[in-house]
Design a protein around this ligand. Structure first.
Ligand SMILES: *Cc1c(COP(=O)(O)O)cnc(C)c1O
Length: 405
């Protein structure tokens, strides 16, 4: 039986507790949507203010050199690398996750041996599947969509590459990266990982597990701010053969030579496209400094503990938890299936508990270990229990669909 006192005791012994002070969370809100948009921190607000007023306002174009804007994609990439087990010089922060996935999948197709198909799973985020279908069609290949728990068996020697999201955005189910990479290696298949719901939530070991390519998001658990750039990883062994399908000047070996011939940059810079989104990239850079002295094992342990508390409280209420019970098989989120998930989430939001809805019937709650407390989770569950008991969600205003769910 979980009690509020028990949760307070867990918070008292939480080695990450001090990090909450970094964030500017509104009063009276339990924020369980940091898996969709991480919150603002003082560092990010201050940095963006400085970039806008001083570096841009005063420095003008000189800031590309003087303020180091030109180095940001690599600098931010290396900070992300520490969180996802990637060596320095293997990640650049740029573009959106969708664009990075297109680059990675298209490059992998040109690097892969001639095979019949690309492989993904049905738990993948739709944008990933759309991107893969287009690449498949343009290369005359088949796109196979396996059931998530049949992914490994679907990795066969007529597949050129497998691209999946490590943590299912709906159910929270997590793939075993080591096992998928090992199966891929056995059949000579390249791997592309989407770490949108992994980076910053628990340690990832891209290099140790032998991943070929990866992409991820800067505005979810990394807290870079709305529309912050994503990132792309190209393993050292794939860098020399990496062919960016969008050949543009920042992927060129010498952008300021203004050479009419495209010659790719030697390392990870060849994964870049155009001019950086400097303001949001600087915000992401500042947000990553919060992770600098954080032990990722502690982040993972807290993710496990927060999700465990919520799962148990939801089970006590008799709710249908679709997220795997065993920690190794889940990310840092808990999803509930309910035919009225949409109005239930809206009713929760009206009472300061912010989660989100994913069609057709999932109420989704993200548990970001840097700023959430166990007591918050207890309170959120109490609010949920109250809404279910009273049927508050039945009020018609909670059923009005908005553009973003
Ligand atoms: C959030 C998310 C994206 C978002 O892509 P954008 O290009 O940033 O809009 C992509 N893939 C997955 C798996 C996601 O969860």
């Amino acid at each position: 039986m979980i009690t509020r006192e028990g949760c307070l005791a867990l918070d008292d012994s939480d080695p990450l507790a001090h990090l909450r002070d970094e964030f500017l969370l509104p009063e009276g809100v339990v924020y369980l949507d940091g898996n969709s948009l991480g919150p603002l921190s003082t560092r990010v607000a201050d940095r963006i203010d400085r970039v806008v007023r001083s570096e841009w306002g005063e420095g003008l174009i000189r800031s590309w050199n003087a303020a180091g804007w030109i180095d940001l994609p690599r600098q931010v990439g290396d900070k992300i690398g520490r969180l996802v087990g990637a060596e320095p010089g293997t990640i650049v922060a740029c573009d959106s996750t969708s664009v990075n996935l297109f680059k990675a999948v298209a490059a992998a197709v040109s690097a892969a041996e001639q095979r019949a198909a690309l492989l993904t799973d049905a738990g993948n985020f739709p944008t990933d599947i759309y991107v893969m279908r287009t690449v498949a069609e343009r290369s005359g290949l088949e796109l196979r969509v396996a059931a998530p728990d049949a992914l490994i068996e679907a990795i066969t020697s007529d597949v050129g590459l497998v691209a999946v999201t490590q943590v299912d955005y709906r159910t929270g189910r997590r793939h075993d990266m080591g096992a998928v990479n090992a199966a891929a290696r056995r059949h000579g298949v390249l791997t592309v990982w989407d770490l949108a719901h992994s980076a910053g939530a628990f340690p990832v070991d891209l290099s140790g597990t032998g991943s070929d390519y990866a992409v991820g998001c800067g505005y979810k658990y990394l807290n870079g701010g709305p529309g912050a750039p994503g990132f792309i990883y190209v393993s050292p062994s794939q860098q020399a053969s990496f062919r960016n399908p969008i050949t543009a000047w920042f992927g060129h070996v010498a952008p300021f030579d203004f050479d009419l011939e495209f010659r790719p940059a030697p390392g990870i810079d060849r994964a870049r496209v155009g001019t950086s989104h400097v303001i949001s990239l600087a915000g992401l850079d500042a947000a990553l400094d919060i992770f600098e002295h954080v032990h990722l094992g502690e982040v993972e342990a807290k993710s496990q503990s927060l999700t465990q508390v919520f799962i148990e409280l939801c089970e006590e209420m008799g709710l249908d938890v679709v997220t795997p019970r065993e920690f190794v098989w889940r990310g840092s989120q808990v999803s509930l299936r309910h035919p009225d998930a949409y109005p239930i989430v809206q009713a929760l939001i009206s009472q300061g508990v912010i989660g989100d809805f994913r069609a057709p019937d999932i109420a989704r709650f993200g548990f970001a270990p840097l700023y959430l407390r166990h007591a918050d989770i207890f309170d959120a569950a109490q609010t949920l229990a109250d809404i279910m008991e009273r049927g508050t969600w039945r009020d018609p205003r909670f059923s009005l669909r908005q553009a973003v769910t």
